[in-house]
Design a protein. Structure first.
Length: 89
């Protein structure tokens, strides 16, 4: 067994990782709401802005995430605020 590569359970079948397929299944699931889809889109958008060092645009995208889902787990927003000097002691 190789942690992170194979199952931790001896004899268990490992399933292939297919991120694109998993994403499509998520978007097409009847349990995924339009709000959850939008949160995912905004998070991806914010990450792209962060990678491009467009910090104000990243912050705007992450702020929108929290407007839609106040208890979202989005640690990237804290990173952006830190680099913008918008943090609290």
């Amino acid at each position: 067994n190789i942690p992170g590569k194979t199952s931790a359970i001896p004899g268990a079948k490992d399933l292939p990782l297919d991120i694109e397929r998993t994403t499509q299944q998520y978007y097409n699931s009847p349990y995924t709401t339009s709000t959850e889809r939008r949160v995912k889109e905004l998070t991806d958008e914010g990450m792209n802005y962060l990678r491009g060092l467009q910090l104000e645009k990243a912050k705007t995208a992450f702020d929108e995430v929290y407007k839609l889902k106040p208890y979202a787990y989005c640690w990237q927003k804290g990173v952006v605020e830190f680099y913008l000097g918008q943090y609290y002691d």
